[in-house]
Design a protein around this ligand. Structure first.
Ligand code: PHE
Length: 339
């Protein structure tokens, strides 16, 4: 019986199997226990020797059970540690980080170019008054841009700026020339939305004022921006255009070897030489604020462009409304890498 028991113990592969073996031999009604119970039926002179014999078998079985149990417990623990162990060679879990919105990426590109050229970056209020948004920019009261169809008017007579150009006025009232600035920010227009029109969008406005600032400075600046955005082969085209606050005025477009193979002239924005009436309106505001008139006789150029157009082309985004719909399927593609 001892031999079979030791054999059973050795072949128990799990703690449960070992428990069954234990019950079979040394449990309450186990084989060894039964043998001990039957000692009473033996004649007294045989009992002692037989009892010692059975107890030795029981001790041997118990020792084997204990040893096997510690081996199996150790193995179970090892298996658990193994399954819980960290595999340091696995790639890490992605952290749910934010990312830069495509419009901010384009702003960053543009602003890096203008910083290199020595421009300061400024921002201004989105709620404006009629004087800064229109009047001081030489936009007469009868100009169609003032129409209810273009402007979001507030109940107190103020409005949501329709362009970043009012910051030309605000900056010139506060600062003396010469200077070079770019303005970044949101603008608002009361129009029906479609794939290329949103009621809120962005602009980057530039303003340079000094002595003998010229139209060729403007052209060189826009060309430099185009090369900064699209590489040395980028070409720039200027077309006469009309904005009340510049004279002459010109729209500009860029052409370059588009990697998507859809090369064409990309209309980027408007520009021109600051209209003398704007300088005069600024000096009037300065005078009213007790500041010296400093703009008469100077020249300057201004330009304004929309980062949405650049971003749509750069990232292949077909509809301007995707930028602001907060759809994670769109915005999520710009998560992670910053820049
Ligand atoms: N403010 C003009 C617009 O929103 C753009 C512009 C800026 C044109 C500066 C000329 C000079 O359309």
């Amino acid at each position: 019986m001892q031999d079979t028991a030791l054999q059973d113990i050795r072949s128990a592969e799990t703690l449960e199997a070992l428990q069954a073996v234990k019950t079979k031999y040394v449990g309450k009604s186990g084989l060894v226990t039964k043998e001990l119970g039957s000692l009473g039926k033996l004649p007294p002179e045989e009992r002692k020797a037989r009892g010692a014999e059975i107890n030795a078998v029981r001790a041997a079985i118990q020792a084997a059970l204990d040893e096997r149990e510690s081996v199996l417990k150790r193995a179970a623990l090892d298996a658990r540690l193994q399954s819980e162990a960290i595999d340091v060679t696995l790639p890490g879990l992605p952290l749910p980080t934010g990312g830069l919105h495509p419009i901010n990426r384009v702003y960053d590109d543009l602003i890096a170019i203008y910083r290199r050229l020595g421009y300061h970056v400024v921002e201004g209020p989105e709620v404006e008054d009629e004087h800064h948004n229109f009047e001081a920019l030489n936009v007469p009261w009868y100009h169609p841009a003032r129409d209810l169809q273009d402007t979001f008017w507030l109940e107190d007579g103020r409005l949501l700026r329709t362009h970043t150009s009012p910051m030309q006025v605000r900056y010139m009232v506060e600062h003396e020339p010469p200077f070079k600035i770019v303005v970044r920010g949101k603008v608002y227009r009361y129009e029906a939305t479609d794939a290329t029109h949103e009621s809120m969008f962005h602009q980057l406005e530039g303003l340079v004022v000094g002595e003998r600032v010229s139209m060729s400075d403007l052209k060189g600046t826009i060309a430099e921006m185009a090369r900064g955005l699209y590489g040395p082969s980028a070409r720039v085209r200027f077309q006469p255009s009309y904005y009340p606050f510049v004279e002459p005025g010109a729209d500009f477009a860029v052409y370059w070897d588009n990697p998507r193979g859809e090369s064409k002239w990309l209309e980027l924005g408007g520009s021109g030489m600051v209209h003398p009436n704007v300088f005069k309106a600024v000096d009037d505001l300065r005078e009213a604020a007790g500041k010296p008139r400093v703009y008469e006789g100077l020249t300057g150029f201004a330009f304004g462009l929309g980062p949405e157009r650049i971003a749509m082309l750069k990232y292949g985004i077909p509809d301007i409304r995707y930028f602001y719909a907060n759809d994670p399927r769109v915005i999520g593609q710009f998560r992670g890498e910053l820049g």
